[in-house]
Design a protein around this ligand. Structure first.
Ligand SMILES: *Cc1c(COP(=O)(O)O)cnc(C)c1O
Length: 433
C-alpha cells in the first residue's frame, strides 16, 4: 500500500514565531504546499487524502476548477474586492441565485444578513437579534454544543476548556441536555419542557434555543427529526426563536443543502459559514424570517461583510444545487462510508467502536485516547483526519462532498490499517509499565 512519509519536517519557524495557540498544525505537523480536490501535498512531495475538508469549509474540495476560473476572471477585470456592505454586482448575483436555487425551491422566505465573515459572527448576530426581537435575555443551548469563540457564542458552547478561555463569566445562557445525552430511554424534550412550564424551575423564559442538528465538534451526535420537531413546537409554545447553527452541517454536509431539511422544521434564524463561500474564502450569512428582521440600519456592523471574492465563488458553488444530482451523489458516498465504518467496527470488536453520524459527517466513537492515536497514525500514512468530542474520543470522517469513490475507498482503507495497527499494538506485550 502507501509508504510512510518522506523528508524532514522543519516547523521550527512556526514554533518560534507563531503563538502557542496554534492547533491543527500540531495534529498535522508538516508544511503544506498545494491542494486540489480531496488531496493535499506537503513541501516534501508527500500526498495526503483530506478527510477533514477544512472542518467543513471545503465541502466542494480544494481549488474547485470552475470557482477558481470565475475568481481569476473577476480579479483580472478589476472586480471590486472589498466593499463594506455597499451594493455590488457580485453581491446582487449571489443574493438572487441563493434565492432562486436554494430558498424558493424549498418554499423558504428569509432575509439575508451578512454578519462578518466567520461562523462565530453569524452566531453573535443571531443571538443579538433573538434578544432584540423577544426582549428576553437568556438563550438556551445544549450539552456538547459548539458555536464559536467570541463571548456570546462561547456562552452557548459546552466545552469546558474552550469556555475557560473567556476569562470572564459567560452568562445569559442555559445549557440543557441534547437529544440522547441522558441515555436512549430519556426524552430530554420532556425534561426541557418541565423547566419551561414550571414557575419554580429557576429558569426564566429564553429568547431563543440555539441548536446544531448534528453536533460536529461535540462528538457527531445526531438529533432525531422528532426531537427537532419537538424543539420547534416548544419554541412556538413559549415564544422563543429557533436558531439553527448550520455553520458546519450546512451546504450539503448531512446530505441536503440545509441540515434540518430531513426534519421539515423552519427555523426562525439560520447561521451559515464555512462552505457557504464555496472555495474556502471567508464568508457568513444569517438568514432570518422577514418578520424578525427588526434591525436598525448599521445596528450590527462590520468592515468585512462585503468579501466580493467569496460572493463570486459562493455563487458558482450554488450550481451544484441546481438539480438533485449532487444530493443523490452524496447519499451514495454516505452509504459507502457507513457500510465501511460498520464493517471496520465489526472487524475490530476489541476496540469497542460505535458508529456515529449521517451524510458525509460520520465517525467512530472509541475509548479515550484511541481516536487521537488513530488520527496520528493516519497522518503518517497520508490521511488527514480529525477527532471530535469533548475528550477527542471520536474519529471524524469528513471528506469533501466532491470526493470520488476511489479517493473515498483509499482513505477508508488507510483508516482500517490504522485500526489494525492499534489492535496489534494493544496485543504486543508491554515491556515496562
Ligand atoms: C466552526 C463552527 C462555528 C464557528 O465558526 P468560525 O468561522 O470558526 O467562527 C460555529 N458553529 C459551528 C457549528 C461550527 O462548526
Amino acid at each position: 500500500m502507501k509508504k510512510m512519509l518522506n523528508g524532514t519536517r522543519d516547523l521550527q519557524l512556526f514554533e518560534v514565531l507563531e503563538s502557542e495557540v496554534r492547533s491543527y498544525c500540531r495534529s498535522f505537523p508538516t508544511k503544506f504546499q498545494k491542494a486540489t480536490g480531496y488531496q493535499l501535498w506537503d513541501s516534501n512531495g508527500n500526498g495526503y487524502i483530506d478527510f477533514f475538508a477544512g472542518a467543513g469549509a471545503l465541502n466542494y474540495g480544494h481549488n474547485e476548477p470552475q470557482m477558481k476560473q470565475k475568481l481569476i476572471d473577476y480579479i483580472m477585470r478589476d472586480g471590486v474586492a472589498h466593499s463594506l456592505d455597499m451594493a455590488t454586482e457580485a453581491k446582487e448575483r449571489f443574493l438572487s441565485e441563493f434565492n432562486e436555487i436554494i430558498l424558493k425551491p424549498r418554499n423558504m422566505t428569509y432575509k439575508v444578513m451578512f454578519p462578518g465573515p466567520t461562523g462565530t459572527n453569524a452566531v453573535e448576530s443571531a443571538l443579538k437579534l433573538a434578544r432584540k426581537v423577544t426582549g428576553r435575555q437568556t438563550v438556551m443551548s445544549f450539552t456538547n454544543a459548539f458555536h464559536g469563540m467570541t463571548l456570546g457564542a462561547l456562552a452557548v458552547t459546552g466545552n469546558k476548556f474552550k469556555r475557560a478561555g473567556a476569562g470572564v463569566p459567560l452568562n445569559h445562557s442555559i445549557s440543557m441536555p441534547y437529544d440522547g445525552y441522558m441515555g436512549k430511554e430519556i426524552d430530554t424534550l420532556k425534561f426541557i419542557e418541565n423547566y419551561l412550564q414550571d414557575s419554580g424551575s429557576g429558569v426564566s423564559l429564553p429568547a431563543a434555543i440555539i441548536v446544531e442538528t448534528v453536533q460536529g465538534e461535540g462528538g457527531i451526535n445526531v438529533a432525531s427529526s422528532e426531537w427537532l420537531k419537538g424543539l420547534e413546537r416548544l419554541c412556538k409554545a413559549y415564544g422563543m426563536l429557533l436558531i439553527v447553527d448550520d455553520v458546519q452541517m450546512g451546504c450539503g454536509r448531512t446530505g441536503t443543502f440545509f441540515s434540518f431539511e430531513r426534519s421539515g422544521i423552519q427555523p426562525d434564524i439560520i447561521c451559515m459559514s464555512k462552505s457557504i463561500g464555496g472555495y474556502g474564502l471567508p464568508m457568513a450569512i444569517t438568514l432570518m424570517k422577514p418578520e424578525h428582521d427588526q434591525w436598525s440600519p448599521g445596528e450590527h456592523n462590520g468592515t468585512f461583510r462585503g468579501n466580493n471574492l467569496a460572493f463570486i465563488t459562493a455563487t458558482e458553488a450554488l450550481r451544484y444545487w441546481k438539480t438533485s444530482q449532487f444530493a443523490a451523489d452524496i447519499a451514495v458516498k454516505a452509504d459507502k462510508v457507513k457500510r465501511s465504518l460498520q464493517r471496520i467496527i465489526s472487524n475490530y470488536p476489541e476496540l469497542n467502536g460505535e458508529h456515529r453520524g449521517l451524510g458525509l459527517m460520520q465517525g467512530i466513537a472509541l475509548e479515550e485516547g484511541v481516536a487521537e492515536q488513530i488520527s496520528q497514525l493516519a497522518f503518517e500514512k497520508g490521511l488527514i483526519m480529525e477527532t471530535s468530542g469533548t475528550n477527542s474520543e471520536v474519529i471524524k470522517v469528513m471528506p469533501p462532498l466532491t470526493i470520488d469513490m476511489e479517493g473515498l475507498e483509499t482513505g477508508l482503507q488507510l483508516l482500517e490499517q490504522c485500526m489494525n495497527d492499534i489492535k496489534l499494538e494493544a496485543r504486543a506485550p508491554i515491556a515496562n509499565v
